[in-house]
Design a protein around this ligand. Structure first.
Ligand SMILES: O=C(CO)COP(=O)(O)O
Length: 241
């Protein structure tokens, strides 16, 4: 049985005060949420601590947006896995396209971060996806297969989530057509040794397209950016029909 996993990626939004305010609006809405849905919030590092305190004993899990592969060391600006597990972080987004595009993340460093997450019992959410240019050139399949082959070397597929996030659909309002997302996610699944790895779709997921996205048989959840910042909107997504 594949798990349903819905995660909010807050990116570089929400101070501690704003994160706390979000929870006040969001938490009561979970009363309607079926228990089999894993709900995750991935705030900026400085907001993780206060969310950890406020979410203690709740069903919402905490995720980080990145982590370093070393146990500790002289890596200015990075965060070690043990610093995250200490405050109750259970998931980490790894290889988001914004990290690949702006911060020099490669499939090789993605692989190291995935291994480090698993070493500390953190479930990594590996992001893969093509740019508009790659899609137009007919390279979607080969690019994704290559990202998976290189990223998943020596990775335990029993403690893994994958997110298919076509770059051209991120923050653009230009959602990938749900049948097309379903097709690519099926391709991703065909590359895995464990068919039960949950595979999310990400890219302009909103309250008004989540039902259609989740109706697709291959899609096991969503990685939500902008629409996870507002309690009512994220609640509607988590409580999809
Ligand atoms: O990058 C994303 C989630 O990781 C998607 O962002 P949007 O939902 O804002 O398009």
């Amino acid at each position: 049985m594949r798990k349903i996993v819905i995660a909010g990626n807050w990116k570089m939004y929400k101070t501690q005060a704003e994160g706390t305010e979000f929870l006040q609006g969001f938490m009561p809405t979970l009363e309607e949420t079926p228990p089999d849905r894993e709900v995750i919030l991935c705030p900026p590092f400085t907001t993780l601590g206060i969310l950890s305190k406020n979410l203690h004993g709740s069903r919402v899990q905490l995720g980080a947006q990145n982590l370093h592969w070393a146990d500790a060391g002289a890596f200015t600006g990075e965060i070690a896995p043990a610093m995250l597990t200490e405050i109750g972080v259970r998931y980490a987004i790894i290889g988001h396209s914004e990290r690949r595009q702006y911060f020099g993340e490669t499939d090789e460093t993605v692989n190291k971060r995935l291994k480090a997450a698993q070493k500390y019992g953190i479930t990594p959410i590996l992001c893969v996806g093509e740019s508009k240019q790659q899609r137009d050139a007919g390279e979607t399949e080969s690019l994704i297969i290559s990202q998976l082959e290189k990223g998943l070397v020596d990775i335990d597929q029993n403690n893994l989530v994958i997110a298919y996030e076509p770059i051209w659909a991120i923050g653009t309002g230009d959602t990938c057509e749900s049948k097309e997302a379903n097709r690519v996610i099926g391709l991703i699944r065909s590359q895995l040794s464990n068919p039960d790895v949950p595979i999310q779709y990400g890219g302009s997921v909103k309250h008004d397209n989540i039902d259609e996205i989740m109706a697709q048989p291959e899609i096991d959840g969503a990685l939500v950016g902008g629409a996870s910042l507002e309690p009512a909107s994220f609640a509607r997504i988590v409580n999809y029909k």
